[in-house]
Design a binder for this molecule. Structure first.
Ligand code: NAP
Ligand code: GFB
Length: 331
């Protein structure tokens, strides 16, 4: 997708130019949909620029610089990353480590060099220590090794927090980060090997219905996850860019009470897609992390008003998008 510029009417004062790296992905589209479909989210004097790898390879410093020279952003939401579910991480920990370290170093250094007023990057609740108390909170990021399944991705993401503090301490940069839990929604990566669980389940139910076969859930179905709808996350990331004042990161997740098992998530997908066939569990496949229950009390302190889209409704909207866009779905 070429850089797409959405400029709302210029209000008073200078137009903010917000560059969204990784703008063609699941979370980037969550931001675009929040701006488009939620009138209370839109604000005047903001120009939004959504870029993807077609606009430049952020693994390459010169391409990254060219993007900043061209767009001269005042604000950056940095989403671009090598991203994947459990099974892709299990296979490619070194790639996740090296690529994400390189992308992040290029983007953060360019934000400093081109005087970006505020940068919001993206960590993940899967990067916390594997041995920890629950619920996890923002103070625990560096308290021990992450789950072995995705140590490469986890250490690269943890370095963003270290980089944010170093840029702030040495140069006064306002660089911060959000820590989303598992995300799902339209424009997700539905590829079975590379993607996350919810798009994987939707893909498999779609195929089971089409071919009249069983629906196979990988693992035991016992692990537990909190899932955040990409459009809710998009709205909260826009708020973070505009109003969150801290350098320290903030967890963006539904509450602990909204955590579900993979089995319950699978049953929600079966209901949403009206699948009537047999559901089986392939316990030869890894379960990955059993749980990573995160507290959203810091978010609640800032945004006691925020209403998450109910899981059942958000799954339905995701399935409807999937079934309505089969020709462009990332399989
Ligand atoms: P995604 O759907 O895979 O999108 C990744 C985006 O990054 C795409 O726009 C992609 O561009 C871009 N990108 C990748 N490599 C690039 C490169 N070398 N140069 C330029 N652009 C590049 O990922 P996502 O799920 O939206 O994730 C966005 C952010 O949220 C990531 O930082 C991820 O770590 C974080 N996050 C995701 C989840 C989740 O459950 N999905 C959970 C927590 C945190 P192309 O489309 O051109 O490839
Ligand atoms: O979303 P997911 O792949 O990653 O979920 P994590 C994996 C869990 O879902 C495991 C089960 O318990 C799997 O056994 N599962 C069941 C499936 N069916 C499927 C399926 O069809 N596809 C997939 N993928 N899983 C990731 C991290 O952990 O969380 C990443 O590895 C990232 O780095 C992401 O941060 C948010 O939630 O286990």
């Amino acid at each position: 997708m070429a850089a797409e510029q959405q400029q709302t009417m210029a209000g008073d004062g200078e137009v903010k130019r917000i560059l969204v790296t990784g703008g063609s992905g699941l979370v980037g589209n969550g931001i675009r949909i929040a701006l488009k479909d939620r009138p209370h989210v839109r604000q005047e004097n903001e120009e939004w620029i959504f870029i993807s790898s077609k606009d430049g390879n952020l693994l390459d410093r010169e391409s990254t610089e060219n993007i900043f020279k061209k767009h001269k952003p005042t604000h950056v939401i940095h989403l671009a990353a090598l991203v994947g579910g459990l099974f892709r991480n299990l296979k490619y920990n070194l790639d996740f480590l090296r690529d994400n370290l390189a992308i992040n170093d290029n983007v953060l250094e360019c934000c400093k060099k081109y005087n970006v007023k505020k940068l919001v990057s993206c960590l993940s609740t899967c990067i916390f220590p594997n041995k920890t108390e629950y619920p996890i909170d923002e103070t625990m990021i560096h308290n021990g090794p992450p789950h072995d399944s995705n140590f490469g991705y986890s250490y690269a993401k943890r370095m963003i927090d270290v980089q944010n503090r170093a840029y702030n301490k040495q140069h006064g940069c306002h660089f911060t980060a959000v820590i989303p839990t598992n995300v799902y929604g339209p424009y997700d990566n539905f590829n079975l090997e590379d993607g996350h669980v919810l798009p994987g389940l939707i893909n498999k139910v779609y195929t089971a219905k089409k071919d009249n076969t069983e629906f196979t859930v990988w693992g035991t179905g016992c692990p537990r996850r909190q899932f955040i709808y990409s459009v809710d996350l998009g709205e909260l990331m826009i708020w973070t860019m505009r109003s969150y004042p801290e350098i320290d990161p903030i967890i963006l997740s539904v509450g602990e009470e909204d955590e579900v098992s993979i089995k319950e998530a699978a049953e929600m997908v079966v209901d949403a897609m009206q699948f009537k066939g047999k559901v089986v569990y392939d316990t030869t496949k890894s379960d990955g992390q059993f749980k990573k229950t995160a507290s959203n009390s810091k978010l609640r302190k800032y945004r006691p008003d925020f209403q998450f889209t109910p899981f059942k409704q958000a799954i339905k909207e995701t399935v409807e998008w999937f079934e309505g866009n089969i020709d462009i779905v990332r399989f």
